[in-house]
Design a protein around this ligand. Structure first.
Ligand SMILES: NC(=O)c1ccc[n+]([C@@H]2O[C@H](COP(=O)([O-])OP(=O)(O)OC[C@H]3O[C@@H](n4cnc5c(N)ncnc54)[C@H](OP(=O)(O)O)[C@@H]3O)[C@@H](O)[C@H]2O)c1
Length: 222
């Protein structure tokens, strides 16, 4: 089983943490307020979960999920993430999460911000297209006819293989869209970002499973 570090244990991080312990993985959770604030979360998740500082969570994970508001990107600890596979769930939403001057100035594309901050880590964009409440509702065993595919993108093939294995263990197929720059195809505002929403775009409505074929159509691949 894999040990997964979490930098950010909010809505999407928390939903992924639950799926991960359900799949038998070990998880190390962190947030901005420190390990003691995660006491109840760890108790609920059980013996495969523990809380730590962000630096400890980064160092402990075979894979490290970064799931924080984009505006906090500078606080992601770079040194312990050197040479590690990092799962980037981030979506840039300045109205709700605060603006990032570098993105607003066009110095860096929003979907490249974390890799830019962590040049020695292997960043794989994943889980950025699923509403957190839909994650457990869409998870299915391997081979289920209504299993959903989730897009991933990254520049390091072994890192993508590791993230695809994680995604499979959590109940989804991974769909490799290509290098990290190609994650623009499933960035906020694209049809692929809304793949699981009902036709009216209602987050409260039950999610729609989306197969790899359906996802490929929405990704507008060349
Ligand atoms: N919500 C979704 O359905 C969803 C889906 C896909 C992608 N995303 C993306 O995933 C990211 C997280 O979204 P969310 O909805 O899960 O946010 P959220 O519920 O607000 O949770 C954010 C988490 O990040 C932590 N955090 C904030 N600043 C931090 C820092 N400097 N160091 C360490 N941890 C820090 C928070 O800890 P404290 O509570 O201690 O501050 C909290 O655990 C966003 O970029 C979002 O666009 C969200």
């Amino acid at each position: 089983m894999t040990t997964i570090g979490f930098i950010g244990t909010g809505r999407i991080g928390g939903a992924l943490a639950q799926l991960a312990v359900d799949a038998g993985h070990h998880i190390v959770l962190s947030n901005s307020r420190g390990p003691q604030s995660l006491h109840d979360t760890v108790a609920r998740l059980g013996p495969h979960a523990r809380a730590a500082t962000t630096t400890e969570a980064a160092a402990a994970g075979d894979l490290v999920v970064v799931s924080i508001p984009v505006r906090a990107w500078r606080q992601v600890p770079a040194a312990p993430l050197r040479g590690r596979t990092v799962v980037d769930t981030l979506n840039y939403d300045p109205d709700r999460q605060g603006a990032v001057p570098e993105i607003e100035a066009g110095t860096v594309a929003p979907y490249l911000l974390l890799q830019d901050h962590l040049p020695d880590a292997y960043v794989v964009k994943a889980f950025s297209t699923v509403f957190f409440q839909h994650l457990p509702q869409l998870a299915r065993p391997a081979g289920a006819p209504d299993r959903s595919a989730l897009p991933i993108a990254g520049d390091h093939p072994p890192a993508k293989t590791a993230v695809a294995a994680l995604i499979d263990s959590l109940g989804f197929d991974a769909y490799d869209v290509g290098p990290l720059t190609e994650s623009r195809r499933f960035a906020p505002g694209t049809p692929a970002q809304l793949a699981h929403l009902d036709p009216d775009g209602m987050f409260a409505a039950p999610p729609r499973p989306a197969s790899a074929t359906e996802l490929a159509r929405l990704l507008d691949l060349p």
